[in-house]
Design a protein around this ligand. Structure first.
Ligand code: NAD
Ligand code: MG
Length: 389
């Protein structure tokens, strides 16, 4: 049967890779809606190519610009705007499958809308699970949604875990990490790092926020929390392994000494194709591995002193309640300040640590509670950054 897709964050790195796969299988996938915050020319070109019913942008000004671009191209896609429209196209009855690929907390409400309305939810937006994992997993269970992880490590774990979705016989999960661009950079050189250096990831081409998160290893920390919610394992059962080649995407370690791993080229079209077609398999456009050519794979233990953000994520997961929301919000603000040239690279971890230490909120019970903690943390970080000036 043809799947009707909404791609949230269609203009981003995951969004464009998703559409690359979709374009290879016009018999299997149709597009209902595409969304994007900027890059309106790209979004218009995507509308011309995939002819979705709706395109969603952030505000009326962007909507007007996009409408003009579409008229020039004789494209009939209807343009909507605003946060509610994102939720509407994620939950519309015509939609079977939602790719949630907005970056950051901005993706939470629309991911949740897809979960609540029982969609096949292809989740790239890890921040949703970090902020509201408990609520999200409950929504998936109650609505009968199918949650398929897109993050390459979690997609790998999903492929290696028992097919019934449980964790019978599982001793632990090993999340691999490339180590980012500064794996071998001495700590004393890290504060002089520029945003462009931080975004020059050795293995993956990604958006700027996740690229900086990879450089601080906060990305792996967020992924530890993501794995906890997706697979119901404790922090103590999740370990991180540095593997610079990014060929092994993660491992499931069973109690009998077997470890199952998923391997592939570092190309997000592999997990995207897996989730789009699950439980079938489709061509992703990515070549089969040639291990003889790669020849050597390396592994190291992570350096928690050089990358304190990784430790902070384990701490936030142990603390539970609102702590992961605080960490995620502080990190988004700190990364934005770093990308804007306002703070140094090492200050990202300092801001995150200070927020976790200073802020104590009651455990959230609703999505509104989650958003309130997020907003209060952001306000706190703005004040904190001002005291540093
Ligand atoms: P990106 O910056 O390339 O794209 C982000 C998309 O979200 C764009 O379409 C952008 O227009 C849209 N967007 C940005 N701000 C928005 C807002 N306020 N409201 C609505 N839409 C907004 O990011 P990306 O690298 O594609 O990452 C997307 C998500 O996938 C992130 O959560 C990231 O952690 C996750 N992820 C990405 C990769 C990767 O290889 N890029 C791998 C694993 C997980
Ligand atoms: Mg990942």
């Amino acid at each position: 049967m043809m799947q009707k897709l909404t791609v949230l964050g269609a203009t981003g790195s995951i969004g464009t890779s998703t559409l690359d796969v979709v374009a290879r299988h016009p018999d299997k996938f149709g597009v209902f809606a595409l969304t994007g915050a900027s890059q309106l020319t790209l979004l218009a070109a995507q509308c011309v190519q995939f002819a979705p019913k709706f395109a969603v942008v952030l505000d009326e000004a962007a909507a007007q610009t996009l409408r003009e671009l579409l008229i020039e191209n004789d494209c009939k896609t209807e343009v909507l705007c605003g946060a509610q429209a994102l939720c509407d196209v994620a939950s519309a009855p015509e939609v079977s499958t939602v790719m949630a690929a907005i970056v950051g907390a901005a993706g939470l409400a629309s991911s949740m809308a897809a979960a609540r309305s029982g969609k096949r939810l292809l989740l790239a937006n890890k921040e949703s699970l970090v902020m509201a994992g408990g609520l999200m997993m409950a929504a998936v269970r109650e609505s009968g949604a199918t949650l398929l992880p897109i993050d390459s490590e979690h997609n790998a774990l999903f492929q290696c875990l028992p097919a019934d979705g449980g964790t019978r016989g599982v001793a632990s999960l090993t999340l691999t990490a490339s180590g980012g661009p500064f794996l071998h950079t001495p700590l004393s050189d890290l504060n002089a790092i520029t945003p462009d250096q931080a975004c020059a990831h050795p293995r993956w081409r990604m958006g700027r926020k996740i690229s900086v998160d990879s450089a601080t290893m906060m990305n792996k920390g967020l992924e530890v929390i993501e794995a906890h919610w997706l697979f119901g394992v404790s922090a103590a059962q999740i370990n991180v392994l540095i593997h610079p080649q990014s060929i092994i995407h993660s491992l499931v370690n069973y109690i009998d000494g077997s470890s199952l791993a998923q391997l592939g080229h570092a190309d997000m079209r592999v997990p995207i194709s897996h989730a789009l077609a699950h439980p079938a398999r489709i061509n992703s456009g990515v070549a089969t591995l040639d291990l003889a050519q790669i020849s050597a794979l390396e592994f190291y233990a992570p350096d928690f002193d050089k990358f304190p953000c990784l430790r902070l994520a384990f701490d936030a997961l142990d603390a539970g309640g609102a702590a992961p929301i605080v960490l995620n919000a502080a990190n988004e603000c700190a990364v934005a300040a770093f990308l804007a040239g306002d703070i140094g690279f090492l200050s990202i971890a300092r801001v995150n640590a200070a927020a976790l230490k200073s802020l104590n909120f009651a455990a959230p019970a609703t999505l509104d509670d989650v958003l309130a903690v997020d907003a209060q943390t952001r306000a706190w970080v703005v004040r904190y950054l001002n005291t540093l000036k």
